[in-house]
Write a protein that binds this ligand. Structure first.
Ligand SMILES: *Cc1c(COP(=O)(O)O)cnc(C)c1O
Length: 428
């Protein structure tokens, strides 16, 4: 028995499924999760002494890799000042000023502790602002695990029997309208049926929690126009895409100004941070300035704020985006080439520094997967096999065929080569 297996047995006795977030449990790929003792750069070291090149990167936050020296330095300095004051402090102010100074549609911002909290609060603001109750979302997008959004949502659920969670009251689920991705007609129909009840459309700026479901150019823009015409707000969920596809996220790339935007992941430099922000008139509805209540004992934690600040400053300074994107594109092309040579029907969908391997025949005309139903039925099983072959080769991908992988600036050519070689082996 390996030490990971031993720890997993113990963990299952004291925590549901032995983990604290579902996809970590390896249900999607089978086998035992590796218990990680430490991580540095691109490398994970498990309790059995195995080393892996990490392409999961804590699910996105670590765009500079593990233990980035600038983040570490900021965190160590912050620790020396104490780690929770429960009152006003200058660190969140500096981070808020940096973000609002750089991103014009974020006029005001509130820090919370996770992406889930951010989307939950943004929806509350939208409801408070409009006096309407319904939220429109898309089938297969994930916005964290608040009740309103656990309706046809994302990878953790894609691996369960139902796309919805037990324990969400029907009355609440009914306040969420779900329409298919890549289908503007359905958006228009939903608005013509429920227009006056819809407080906001919640858009996952690039749906990246159920595979990387690339939408056609202009899709988000058109959804935004339809929503605004009916007096609904647009909430951009940029928890993954914010500071990843560009400093200003997807909205910046598309030239759009959403009413409200949600951040998480990168914004905390690897610490638990989320944020929601947007138009000043909307954000001023939040307590204590306004009537929409939202609070947090540990919100704007000074250590986490310092980590986030170091991360975002470094992103501004180094602007790694085009380089990351070029390397990801080259990597994805290379993987497709190898698959093509071996006659394997594999496509690597990519955007900026994210990529997702589609394993099987895709029935769409251009071969692009844009909705969860277009993902081949072979995905789960084939990905699971590839995942374990790669794991044995010392490469750690996200342990689910419905999750994306991430490149960081810490990945060197040799690390990518490791993935390419391992991938070729999975096809042998
Ligand atoms: C990760 C994620 C969330 C949830 O964030 P947590 O910090 O896990 O609560 C919400 N929306 C999107 C798009 C995400 O990728």
């Amino acid at each position: 028995m390996t030490e990971s297996e031993n720890l997993f047995e113990r963990a299952k006795k004291v925590s549901p499924g032995g983990v604290h977030s579902p996809v970590r449990g390896f249900r999607g790929v089978g086998g035992t999760p590796r218990f990680i003792r430490s991580a540095k750069g691109v490398e994970l070291l498990d309790v059995d002494g195995n080393r892996y090149v990490d392409f999961c990167m804590s699910w996105g936050p670590l765009i500079f890799g593990h233990q980035d020296p600038d983040v570490r330095e900021a965190v160590e300095a912050a620790l020396g000042r104490g780690w929770s004051y429960g009152t006003a402090e200058p660190y969140s102010l500096e981070l808020a000023e940096l973000i609002t100074g750089e991103i014009s549609w974020v006029q005001k911002i509130r820090f919370v502790n996770s992406g889930t909290e951010a989307t939950m609060a943004a929806a509350r603001v939208a409801r408070g602002a409009t006096g309407r109750s319904k939220i429109l979302k898309f089938d297969g997008t994930y916005h964290g695990h608040a009740d309103s959004f656990l309706v046809r949502a994302g990878s953790g659920l894609a691996e369960m029997a139902s796309p919805d969670s037990a324990g969400v009251p029907r009355e609440l689920a009914e306040a969420t309208i779900v329409v298919p991705l890549d289908d503007l007609k359905s958006v228009e129909e939903a608005f013509s049926l429920h227009g006056k009840e819809i407080a906001a459309v919640m858009i996952e700026a690039i749906p990246a929690n159920n595979g990387l479901l690339l939408q056609k150019d202009g899709f988000n823009r058109r959804v935004m126009e339809i929503a605004h015409k009916q007096g609904a707000l647009v909430i951009y969920d940029e928890v993954i895409t914010g500071f990843r596809v560009g400093f200003g996220g997807m909205a910046e790339r598309e030239g759009l100004s959403p009413d409200l935007v949600c951040y998480g992941k990168i914004i905390g430099g690897g610490f638990p941070v989320g944020a929601y922000g947007g138009r000043a008139d909307l954000m001023d509805l939040v307590a204590p300035a306004g009537p929409v209540y939202q609070a947090g004992t540990l919100s704007a934690n000074p250590v986490a704020m310092s980590a986030g600040l170091a991360m975002l400053k470094k992103l501004k300074r180094e602007n790694p985006y085009s380089r990351l994107e070029a390397r990801t594109t080259a990597l994805a092309d290379r993987l497709e080439e190898i698959a093509h040579e071996k006659g394997a029907p594999i496509r690597v969908q990519r955007f900026a520094s994210m990529f997702w391997t589609v394993m099987g025949e895709v029935a769409t005309a251009d071969g692009v997967v844009r909705t969860p139903t277009q993902t081949p039925a072979t995905q789960k099983e084939r990905y699971a096999r590839a995942f374990h072959t790669l794991l044995a080769e010392g490469v750690y991908l996200a342990p689910s065929g419905y999750e994306v992988s991430f490149l960081s600036t810490a990945h060197q050519d040799g690390d990518l080569e490791r993935l390419v070689k391992g991938f070729a082996k999975t096809l042998a």
